[in-house]
Write a protein that binds this ligand. Structure first.
Ligand code: NCD
Length: 316
């Protein structure tokens, strides 16, 4: 098994072989989770702390479930009620937690780079559960596993990522991962939601769904990240749905067997038609959630293995 990382802070530092190893292990966990069979509790005796400084439904729940399924002691820190509110800095909070000797620290934070900073200050494995608009590595990995299971491969596919690319850490991590695995990536959205310089990322950029979706194998929709927008980026939600919302008519431009994905939470009738999102013949949205647990089990197992080999020391 090739996986040499001490932390999982982003997709950027991962070698394609490490991505493959993690997905292979997650694939086995996905089958085990589905069959309901026993799972070896490889995290028994380890403590996992979840620190979510931003709201989350599926990511936090699946990290918790993944840790518990593997036998870890899991603690969810209520960050809204924590000393952060009393003015404690992120680093002080990290050092306090570090003194409790967690083995795995799962962190979501609204600021890009905050999780990397934290990882420098603690002596346990840190998993990034999303930092600002920077990275969301476990989301990209669960998306990759969903694609690989649906398409039978994770290379030479045409993947269209549509909507609010500019504010999306999901898009960023997916672009990096899918690029490393040699796929053709298309970004589709209004110019206001495509980051400046996107054309230099080795992707194709489109302002029109019909053109961008042509012959796509995978159609990945994104939520409008209003919480990260200062000002208006679209004329109206109605107009946005008309031009960029995925419905059956627009999907018809993609390959007949193209799959539809969305990381959630979804705004039905804004970026995606509700009926299409629920169409089990096209939509893999529920499978993405299912793969999320398996990918997080695999990620925590691999980091826990690497952690055992490392000496216990405090890096301050
Ligand atoms: C994403 C996130 O938080 O970045 N959601 C998720 O983790 N499933 C995408 C989003 O919030 O739109």
């Amino acid at each position: 098994m090739t996986f040499r990382q001490k932390h999982l802070l982003g997709i950027e530092p991962l070698h394609p072989e490490e991505i493959r190893s993690l997905l292979d292990l997650a694939d086995r966990y996905a089958d085990q989770n589905r069959s309901g069979g026993p799972v070896e509790p490889v995290l028994t005796g380890l403590t996992q702390v979840n620190m979510f400084f931003e709201s989350s439904t599926r990511t936090q729940a699946s990290f918790e479930l993944a840790g518990k399924r593997l036998g870890a002691t899991v603690m969810n820190m209520a960050m809204q009620a924590s000393s952060i509110k009393k003015g404690e800095t992120l680093i002080d909070t990290a050092l306090t937690l570090n003194a409790m000797h967690p083995d795995l620290l799962v962190v979501r934070h609204p600021h890009s780079g905050a999780v990397n900073l934290l990882a420098e200050k603690v002596n346990c494995a840190v998993l990034n559960a999303g930092d600002g608009r920077h990275e969301h590595p476990t989301q990209a990995l669960l998306d990759a596993l969903t694609i690989r299971r649906a398409k039978g491969r994770l290379h030479r596919l045409t993947v269209a990522i549509c909507g609010d690319i500019a504010h999306s850490r999901v898009a960023r991590s997916n672009i990096i991962l899918l690029g490393k695995m040699e796929n053709r990536i298309r970004l589709i959205g209004p110019p206001t939601l495509i980051p400046a310089g996107a054309a230099d990322w080795g992707v194709e950029v489109y302002g029109d769904m019909a053109e961008g979706l042509k012959d796509a194998d995978v159609v990945m929709m994104l939520r409008l990240q209003k919480e990260r927008m200062d000002g208006a980026f679209i004329p109206s939600e109605r107009e946005y749905f008309h031009r960029f919302g995925l419905d059956v008519e627009k999907l018809a431009h993609a390959k007949p067997d193209a799959i539809v994905m969305h990381p959630g939470p979804m705004n039905r009738g804004v970026e995606i038609d509700g009926t299409l999102a629920d169409d089990i013949n096209r939509s893999h949205i529920q499978e993405q959630v299912e793969m999320g647990v398996a990918v997080r089990m695999a990620a925590m197992e691999l980091l826990a293995r690497n952690r055992v080999a490392a000496p216990r020391e405090v890096w301050v």
